[in-house]
Write a protein that binds this ligand. Structure first.
Ligand code: SF4
Length: 287
């Protein structure tokens, strides 16, 4: 059954939700549905799971999109900042293996938002990518993939956005939405963070150097554990990674260095390799 037939099939108590990450694909999906499936768009509840650590460009883009859609984008959050959750996790920085950030700060607020209601969730995976997976396993949530069903590919996404709300500015130097310190960033993207948001880069570096504290019940005192050398990336500290990216750029050039204006950054982005397969379970953050 085509996704557009679901609203008719389901009773009026079914909710229709679309999670906006601040990234291009979910935004393009909202635009596409409003243009091509207005009856669905009319019933849609848009939401954004906010970690409080997103780039200001993402918040600005969401404001713009909200105006264009003419509908509120509901901001969900845990009510606590990243630092609180970091303490709860004993100072252990999240990583691809220990991705507590996504579950705690993005998925749980989403699951609270939908509760036990029957829900259709619209997900912006495209027809030309091979990402799978969903953000929640709750049985009352049915995910649908309109771009896959309608054969919408990357070039279409850019067209939808350029004709309406535009492409988020941070794509000049970053290939994904999400937290400024996201450990999924590539080395070039850390360099982009340093150049575009030096204060956030410094903040991310401070997290690296934090020592963890453990409360010892027997001795009734706190003690430091770990070496203080935690990093966001397996390949080394942020400064080491950025130094490598700078060296590579000096040798060959990367997308962030196209300031000569010879080619539009949107076109370069369009030609980039397919999305990182490691993003599989991170749809709510980066789609
Ligand atoms: S964007 Fe990255 S750091 Fe933020 S919640 Fe998602 S996986 Fe975690």
């Amino acid at each position: 059954m085509h996704f557009s037939e679901l609203p008719q099939q389901r009773d009026s108590g079914t909710r229709h939700v679309l999670g906006l990450s601040g990234g291009k694909d979910s935004a393009a999906l909202a635009v596409y549905l409003k243009d091509h499936y207005p009856a669905i768009s009319e019933r849609m509840e848009y939401f954004f799971s906010d970690t409080g650590a997103e780039l200001k460009e993402a918040y600005e883009f969401l404001d713009k999109l909200e105006t264009w859609l003419g509908k509120e984008i509901i901001r969900l959050s845990t009510g606590r900042e990243f630092d609180h959750w970091l303490r709860v996790h004993n100072g252990m920085l999240p990583s691809a293996r220990q991705r507590w950030c996504t579950r705690t700060m993005k998925i749980k607020p989403f699951e609270r938002f939908v509760g036990e209601d029957p829900v259709v969730s619209y997900v912006g995976i495209r027809a030309d990518e091979h990402r799978e997976g969903y953000i929640s396993n709750k049985p009352n949530i049915k995910a649908v993939f309109p771009f896959v069903e309608d054969g919408i590919v990357k070039a279409d996404i850019f067209r939808f956005l350029e004709e309406t709300v535009g492409v988020p500015e941070y794509y000049r130097w970053r290939s994904r939405s999400g937290c400024y310190f996201c450990f999924f960033q590539r080395q070039d993207e850390w360099l982009g963070l340093k150049e575009n948001h030096p204060e956030l880069y410094e903040r991310a570096k401070r997290y690296e150097n934090n020592k963890r504290e453990r409360y010892d019940l027997d001795l009734a005192r706190k003690s430091a554990v770990g070496s203080g050398n935690y990093t966001w990336c397996q390949e080394g500290s942020l400064d080491e990674i950025v130094a490598r990216a700078e060296k590579r750029r000096a040798e060959s050039g990367v997308i962030a260095s196209t300031a000569d204006g010879a080619r539009r950054w949107q076109d370069l982005l369009l030609e980039q390799e397919e999305d990182d397969p490691e993003d599989q379970a991170c749809l709510i953050c980066s789609l």
